[in-house]
Design a protein around this ligand. Structure first.
Ligand code: HEC
Length: 143
């Protein structure tokens, strides 16, 4: 058993190393935003992270309405106005805008699904939100 664990650890290290090396040369596209908008966007981002955390905490306590509200108000379609999405969009490539739109949709969909009370479906819905965080972060940077 120990040997098996060592072997699989070695194998996963071998797989990880090239990825790390690739990570050093940053292939993300740089997006130029005016200073204020950049600060604003990064502020939104930190709130997205906090919202995901609060959603997970609410789920763990079976506070489904709370999880739904956080997702809809802070990441979902209802958050667009507060996030000045229309003002930011022109600075973003079409693909980046599309990922953002998919994230807002996924959050609003999660807000409906979570109320059904099926834990696995809710987790899947949450993963569909974070999938878009990951997709955008892999492709774009501000700094
Ligand atoms: C449409 C693109 C896009 C989406 C969707 C997106 N982000 Fe980001 N996010 C960015 C970019 C670009 C940066 C800046 C990264 C850089 O310059 O290195 C960023 C930065 C961040 C940061 C760092 C903030 C700081 O102060 O430096 C956090 C935290 C973050 N995002 C969380 C999230 C979470 C959580 C989600 C999903 C709920 C998400 N983001 C969705 C594009 C996106």
């Amino acid at each position: 058993m120990k040997k098996l664990i060592t072997a699989s650890l070695t194998a996963s290290l071998l797989f990880t190393l090239p990825v790390l090396a690739k990570g050093e040369q940053d292939t993300r596209q740089k997006i130029k935003l005016p200073g204020m908008m950049k600060e604003h966007m990064l502020g939104n981002m930190r709130d997205h992270m906090l919202a995901i955390h609060e959603i997970q905490s609410a789920l763990a306590k079976n506070e489904l309405d709370k999880a739904a509200d956080i997702a809809e108000q802070r990441i979902g379609m209802s958050s667009l106005v507060e996030h000045h999405a229309a003002m930011m969009a022109p600075y973003m490539p079409k693909n980046m805008q599309d990922i953002g739109t998919k994230m807002h949709h996924a959050a609003s969909r999660f807000a409906m699904v979570v109320k059904e009370g099926d834990a696995l479906k809710s987790l899947d819905g949450l993963a569909k939100i974070t999938q878009q965080c990951v997709a955008c972060h892999a492709a774009y940077r501000l700094n």
